[in-house]
Design a protein around this ligand. Sequence first.
Ligand SMILES: *Cc1c(COP(=O)(O)O)cnc(C)c1O
Ligand SMILES: [Zn+2]
Length: 481
Amino acid sequence: MEDHVYQQCINADCRADYAVDDVLFACRRCGSLLDVVYDWDKVNVPGSLAFFEQRWGTAGRDLVGRADYSGVWRFRELLPFARLEDIVTVGEGRTTLQQADRLGLDLNMKPGSLFLQYEGFNPSGSFKDNGMAAGFTMARRLGRRRVACASTGNTSASMAMFASMAAPAGEPSVQGIVFVGSGKIAFGKLSQTLDHGALTLQIDGDFDACMRRVLEMSDKLGIYLLNSLNPFRLEGQKTIMYRVLEGLDWQVPDWIIAPGGNLGNSSAFGKAFLELHHLGLVDRVPRLAIINASGANTLYDMVNERGLCWNAGRVDHDAIADHYRRMDETGQRARTVASAIEIGRPVNLTKALRALDVMDGVVRQIDDETILDHKAMVGRYGYSCEPASAASVAGLHLLLDEGVISKSERVVCVLTGHSLKDPDATVKYHTGIDVKAAKWPDPVPPTGKRSNHPVEVADDLAAICKAIGELAPEEAQGPRN
Ligand SMILES: *Cc1c(COP(=O)(O)O)cnc(C)c1O
Ligand SMILES: [Zn+2]
């Protein structure tokens, strides 16, 4: 076992340890989520966060230069599982903290109070690239050439992009395998996934069904899973908070507000601040607000209605199981215009409870109409975002109205994805034209030499394995035809 980094079960009654290169996505003893844990005494951590400024802008062609150019890897001392020679980067994380006074004014906030962390500037257009850089670095270290995810769209777009670039010329290519639910994915995201050559399986089911299947399938076929269940992905997403701090000259804001889907991002933010505080690199921790869509409000329900909490690492798993059983019995499915957060069973629920604990957090829910109104507000005053991202600003509005946040507190809303991911939602909002409801002529089979057609497959493990076995042989190279 490498001595400064290992994986550990987050359940306080278990805390089983696993080697850093053990491939598992749940504790073998108790089934809980895993953390990447460092023995910081054995890591060379800079004494001050300002150390990282010197790396901004260097864009050399050697390993160090490429790592320094990345908004993830220039903070590599704070995610020290990665060996320099394994680092995978596509130039992710060069994103902007935007002072948003005009939007703030519209919400009655004082100038200098509201900031937007615009993650739509990532190469694939969403924050997922931060996590994929870390996930692919681990895949490279493990020598995995087949990677998979279930996705509401952005995870697949990001994974497909990284897969298309992860292998240097001369090495076998990396095959991305993507599970998307039937008819749910925004076209901007689907188009990226297809263009980057991922094998795209359209399962007859929703995101939660896709998640179950990709877990089974990756286990059975030995394919590396890159959903946010993968704890290394969250290591990359911690850097979003480092860049927020950098944008504020290393001052800690009062609030971080983020939309909640699978809750990987909020979990990563909690871990980032837990570690920074432990290392003495910040003197306090901001508060966290996680915003659900009302149509996909499991976290909101569990925390605010049922009192679920971190409980020092002893989470009430029976209450969660009970909740999911009830959702199944009543046929309750996640449903929201904010497709990126249309998730009923968030895989990082327990880690998000820890983040809420560490960051003295709150959870709110917002209906679709209000999300879209705030999306238009964001677009009106600056870089625009996709619907899920605007939940953060709508959540801020609600918390201001409630008096939980005051108008002179310093607030950072994380804008998770670019508006061009889902132009249909924007066009429909402004014109009433519902592209998705329009009747299309029957599709003509694609004839492009490199057409990468999604494969429809039943929600059935045998059928899925068959599809993958036929379409993605172990060492698949080059485009299929
Ligand atoms: C993935 C995603 C989310 C949800 O993030 P989680 O980490 O799953 O909670 C929100 N917005 C966008 C644009 C996303 O792509
Ligand atoms: Zn355990």
